[in-house]
Design a protein around this ligand. Structure first.
Ligand code: PLP
Length: 347
């Protein structure tokens, strides 16, 4: 079975697994795990921040950051397709008691003017806008990369209005590899930023959230409170370190495969539109004459290929270390069969 559902499905390679055997471990909750400490120091440096904390998942990074940056009743500003709104089971409401202002952007990104219009005036009646969140790359925007100037412009608007800024960098390293812009440069206007090791970097567990010393001290208290503190976490941190050394540059291969697939998919008769393919995600919409996305995904599954249906007519496929050109050919063969001919056009 070829799994194009998500880059979260990657399995650790044999070389990555072998790093576990020799790694030095200790009690992470007491800052005694040297491997985890090294990972946090490396990620803090990579992202240009003072400090960092190792967490089990990216979702926990987002939720802890929101909680630290806000007070109950505040409003945070995000793009409507983002992970925080759609895939964190209402965490901002449940954990932080905040409201969310959802901006309708383009491919997961919005303009400085949209942000400016969304920031609440100072009023005793209104919620207070206290946090801006962006996703680099924008997952449901088709893996789109926020251009640096646009990122800097939105963070400047937020800062001018006194908001804190947070970057969900689940796939920040994809943006870095594609654009050649350093991670710390993308992260510059953001108080907090994290990267995920379980996406294209292909480690089995872990994400690292970075920010100021003061922020990380507060994040640590929440990590303990919600049960995210760990013990001999070097076992998994060692695989994250391996990923930093060996799995960053190869993201370019995922981008090439996604771009090839996007080009071919855009030629299919029953495909209405493919979102611009910039990194490792291909999102495309089906014409009305096509079967629904759920039907196509079910047919693919029956033929040994996994993809995702997001909405009745939208399909997402994601490239990563465990799918290569051969898998891409198998996928395209099936998609041509299902979507290659528009019966109405032929008639
Ligand atoms: C953009 C984005 N943010 C956050 C997450 C959550 O990461 P995790 O699966 O590590 O909790 C994901 C996961 O797919 C994601 O795509």
């Amino acid at each position: 079975m070829y799994d194009f559902y998500a880059d979260t499905k990657t399995k650790p390679t044999p070389e990555m697994r072998r790093t576990v055997l020799d790694c030095v471990v200790g009690d992470e909750q007491k800052d005694e795990d040297p491997t985890t400490t090294e990972l946090c120091a490396r990620v803090a440096k990579l992202l240009g921040k003072e400090a960092a904390v190792f967490l089990p998942s990216g979702t926990m990074c987002n939720e802890i950051a929101i909680k630290v940056h806000t007070n109950p009743g505040d409003e945070i500003i995000c793009e409507q397709s983002c992970h925080i709104i759609n895939f964190e089971t209402g965490g901002p409401a449940a954990i932080s008691s905040v409201m969310i202002k959802a901006l309708h952007g383009r491919n997961g990104m919005f303009t400085p003017d949209q942000l400016l219009g969304a920031i609440r005036p100072d009023s005793r009646y209104m919620p207070q806008s206290t946090l801006l969140c962006v996703e680099q790359t924008a997952n449901m925007g088709g893996g789109a990369i926020w251009p640096l100037e646009q990122l800097q412009a939105v963070s400047a608007v937020a800062k001018d209005a006194g908001l804190a800024t947070h970057m969900d960098g689940a796939r920040l390293m994809n943006a870095v590899v594609k654009s050649g812009i350093p991670a710390a440069t993308y992260a510059e206007g953001f108080d907090t930023v994290w990267i995920d090791f379980t996406k294209g970097l292909a480690a089995p567990v872990g994400a690292v959230l970075a920010g100021s010393h003061e922020f990380i001290a507060k994040a640590w208290r929440l990590k303990q409170q919600i049960g995210g503190a760990m013990r001999q976490s070097g076992i998994v941190a060692s695989m994250c370190l391996y990923a930093l050394d060996h799995h960053v540059d190869r993201l370019a291969d995922d981008h090439t495969l996604a771009s090839n697939l996007g080009d071919q998919i855009s030629q299919l008769a029953l495909v209405k539109e493919v979102l611009p393919v910039e990194t490792n995600i291909v999102i495309f919409d089906l014409k009305d004459a096509a079967p629904t996305a759920a039907e196509i995904v079910a047919r693919l599954r029956a033929d040994g290929i996994l993809a995702g249906a997001f909405g009745t007519r939208r399909i997402r496929i994601v490239t990563h270390i465990d799918v290569n050109a051969t898998a891409g050919e198998a996928l395209m063969e099936l998609l041509k069969k299902y979507l290659g001919t528009d019966a109405r056009e032929v008639a």
